[in-house]
Design a protein around this ligand. Structure first.
Ligand code: KIV
Ligand code: ZN
Length: 514
């Protein structure tokens, strides 16, 4: 079985999804989980794009030890210098330099001829080589580029030092046959191609990102790029969990296999969904809630007789636990610590205490605490940021009845300790709360999305809310969880507002709280 390397770009291309903005502790948490999942390379961001991105890439590169961390750079010296500063202390640093090669991009975006694009690409790869051993070079919009031009430029950038050649389907336009043929052509017509890995990077505009990626593997790609849950620019990228499971389940057909730890898939998917606010559809392949649910009587009967009648992937294979009831009121700190270790969390004493306190609070209200609940508590604790909360919730009340206009009253605390209180009405309880919050907040806030989901099942399940809003014209997402749906919604609203504030605060203030 050939090893298909996995290049994860959840933190770069995935973070380019509209409305997604992760802060440093959240990116770090995802990076650590990607390391557990066993990706070969993770693209942590685009260091030259903002000071925040620079800081996150540097922190991730300095933290992650068992996979290579990379950062994106345009074919511009200053981008390469900035990426070097962010990545240089990493365990296995590499840079990802790109330039567009399609006629439309060269003519309208770059205003360059083919000869000029070749010159620029070679000059920048040569420059990057003075700083990095490992260089990935991408031909942006490769799938709409001229194949002979691609062979010329690829040969030259490999001579200049590129160690990976990536051929993105930037606009999700190609088809499996066409993309496969392009890889075959490049393999057969670039004389020095054996000196580099050949990589595929597919977008899902026509719903073919996964099929295109697999076609690339069948035609010589040794690396596949994608994101967890397929999040990304526009319709997203190829979903890595789908790729890994498809190659494993159909190993009778495909000769490649990824090194991903399949049991970590569900947790990685949950974490990315929770932190980005990009909810995973119930019917999503491999990780959707219904992926293992058998509804029709005929199917249920078949599965009971022999699971393989209708089940090609077992829940256990991807880390979905069928019985994850874990702890209750009487569980002590020692058992709690053991449980967290089993779940893969190493917490400082201080954080352990914090987590245990939250756990105990939850057991007062919820009889059975599941792995999902623990995961929610821990994610909140691991990703909270230091002291940039402009508004803290002190309390709220809602007067609500089917025959009366709902009225909410909210108390907030400002950083200087001042308490403020306001009341407002709305068409429903959530609207009344949001109207009240809106009237208390100095910034100009508009809600663009509101979601409420339950974590796990049962009447006493935790509620998780995601809110997207614009704060002074910029979009932020926020999340909140609680056993009470209204409290979850209020927390999510304030979380989004505070993040707006956090992003405007100086970068030093955006530290990690451990
Ligand atoms: O889709 C794309 O072309 C990209 C490149 C920057 C690799 O994301
Ligand atoms: Zn992309």
């Amino acid at each position: 079985m050939a090893h298909v390397k996995i290049f994860d770009t959840t933190l770069r291309d995935g973070e380019q999804s509209p409305g997604v903005n992760l802060n440093l502790p959240e990116k770090l948490e995802i990076a650590k989980q990607l390391e557990r999942l066993g990706v070969d390379v993770m693209e942590a961001g685009f260091p030259a794009s903002s000071q925040g991105d620079f800081e996150s890439v540097r922190e991730i590169a300095n933290t992650i030890r068992s996979c290579s961390v990379t950062g994106l750079a345009r074919a511009v010296k200053s981008d390469i210098d900035t990426a070097y500063e962010a990545l240089k202390d990493g365990a296995d640093p590499r840079i990802h330099v790109f330039i567009a090669t399609s006629p439309i991009h060269m003519e309208y975006k770059l205003l360059k001829t083919q000869v000029q694009v070749i010159e620029k690409a070679v000059e920048m790869v040569t420059y990057a080589k003075t700083k990095f051993d490992k260089i990935e070079w991408s031909a942006e919009d490769a799938s709409r580029s001229d194949w002979d031009f691609l062979t010329q430029i690829i040969e030259k950038v490999i001579d200049a030092g590129a160690t990976v050649i990536n051929l993105p389907d930037t606009v999700g336009y190609t088809t499996p046959q066409e993309y496969g043929r392009m890889f075959k052509y490049i393999k057969e017509n670039v004389p020095n191609i054996e000196k580099a890995d050949l990589s595929a990077h597919c977008h899902d505009d026509l719903g073919m990102a996964l099929a295109n990626s697999i076609a690339a593997v069948e035609n010589g790609a040794t690396q596949i790029e994608g994101t967890i849950n397929g999040i990304g620019e526009r319709a997203g990228n190829a979903a890595l969990e789908e790729l890994a499971v498809a190659l494993k389940i159909r190993e009778d057909v495909y000769e490649g296999r990824t090194g991903l730890v399949l049991k970590e898939i569900k947790r990685t998917s949950d974490l990315v969904s929770k932190l980005t606010g990009m909810h995973v559809p119930r019917n999503k392949a491999v990780v959707g809630q219904n992926a293992f649910a058998h509804e029709s009587g005929i199917h249920q009967d078949g599965v009971l007789k022999n699971a393989q009648t209708y089940e090609i992937i077992t829940p256990e294979m991807v880390g979905v636990q069928s019985n994850n009831l874990v702890m209750g009121k009487h569980s002590g700190k020692h058992a709690f610590k053991d449980k967290l270790q089993n779940l893969g969390y190493e917490l400082s004493e201080e954080k352990l205490l914090e987590a245990f306190t939250e756990f105990k609070k939850l057991t007062d209200r919820k009889k059975e605490v599941t792995d999902d609940d623990l995961f929610t508590i821990l994610t909140e604790i691991q990703t909270q940021t230091v002291d940039v909360k402009k508004y803290e919730l002190s309390g709220f009340q809602v007067e609500y009845g089917s025959a009366q206009v709902p009225t909410a009253t909210v108390q907030l605390t400002k950083p200087d300790g001042t308490e403020i209180e306001e009341s407002a009405e709305g068409q429903g309880a959530v609207e009344a709360l949001f109207n009240t919050l809106d009237s208390m907040i100095e910034e100009d806030v508009h809600i663009t999305d509101f979601q409420l989901n339950s974590i796990g099942s049962g009447r006493d399940a935790l509620a998780q809310s995601h809110v997207k809003l614009t704060v002074d014209g910029t979009e932020f997402n926020g999340r909140g969880s609680s056993q009470d749906v209204l409290e979850a919604a209020v927390k999510a609203f304030l979380n989004a507002v505070n993040r707006g504030f956090y992003y405007q605060a100086p970068v030093q203030a955006q530290g990690v709280s451990s």
